[in-house]
Design a protein around this ligand. Structure first.
Ligand code: AP5
Length: 222
């Protein structure tokens, strides 16, 4: 596996990229699905791509699994190789909605070289609310739909097939939160200084967060 991202040729620019930024459990995946439905943008979730690699037991999956289970970030070189390979398979004319990427300053700088970033939508949620959200999360492996046992209960008919992510334990969530504050939160200042940051209150219900994100996107495109 190559880690020499900086030495690679830069592909043609990608247009219309929006980044969803926020701590674990902020609602990035939930809101990405809804924003994609209304905007037509393609979702690129590094977490989903990594989990697919782990499930397929690829070289990347084997390298990433230990970091993910521990709640730590997968090294930048692996992530940037993944992004480059995946972007080359997408029809980027529709615009990309990045979920969970970038997560470090080097990742943000690499993305800036790859594409035009229209805006960064930061979903703000306090730490105290995060653990309850993560521990109550369930996913439908057939559709990818994300549920919550209280905030977004699944239909009774599918409860039996729902799964819980390996890293959705209380202990791992606390490590993921620390990782977020140390390595990802500096992106808030980074993108703010570039005039790209729009923040919404992610502590509201799912529908209201969606409404506020749509408003933030319209505000940016005026
Ligand atoms: P990733 O899959 O990206 O996980 P994450 O960032 O920790 O985010 P989550 O998916 O846990 O939460 P979310 O914000 O999408 O919330 P959701 O909508 O599901 O990454 C996993 C791991 O992969 C990382 O730890 C790392 O190891 C690795 N990785 C990934 N990308 C990487 C990168 N770029 N660099 C390095 N490593 C990388 O919602 C959560 C729950 O809350 C759900 O149950 C939902 O129903 C509920 N909910 C959502 N919104 C609300 C609301 N408004 N009110 C109440 N409940 C809500």
């Amino acid at each position: 596996m190559r880690n020499d991202f900086e030495a690679r040729p830069v592909p043609p620019p990608v247009h219309g990229s929006v980044i969803l930024l926020g701590p674990p459990g902020a609602g990035k995946g939930t809101q990405a699905t809804r924003l994609s439905e209304v905007s037509g943008r393609i979702i690129l979730s590094t977490g989903d791509l990594l989990r697919a690699s782990v499930a397929a037991d690829t070289e990347l999956g084997r390298a990433a699994k230990g970091y993910m289970d521990a709640g730590e970030l997968v090294p930048d070189g692996l992530i940037l190789g993944l992004i480059e390979a995946h972007l080359s398979t997408l029809d980027t004319d529709q615009g990309i909605l990045f979920d969970g990427f970038p997560r470090t300053i080097p990742q943000a700088e690499a993305l800036t070289a790859l594409c035009h970033i229209e805006m960064v939508l930061c979903i703000e949620v306090i730490d105290d609310a995060i653990v309850e959200r993560i521990v109550g999360r369930r996913m439908d492996p057939q559709t990818g739909e994300i549920y919550h046992v209280i905030h977004k209960p699944p239909p009774v008919s599918i409860v039996g097939r729902l799964i819980q992510r390996r890293d959705d334990t209380e202990e791992t969530v606390r490590t993921r939160l620390s990782t977020y504050h140390e390595q990802t939160a500096p992106l808030v200042d980074h993108f703010s200084s570039l005039g790209l940051l729009r923040c919404v209150d992610g502590g509201q219900n799912i529908d209201q967060v969606h409404v506020d994100l749509l408003a933030a996107m319209k505000e940016e495109s005026r």
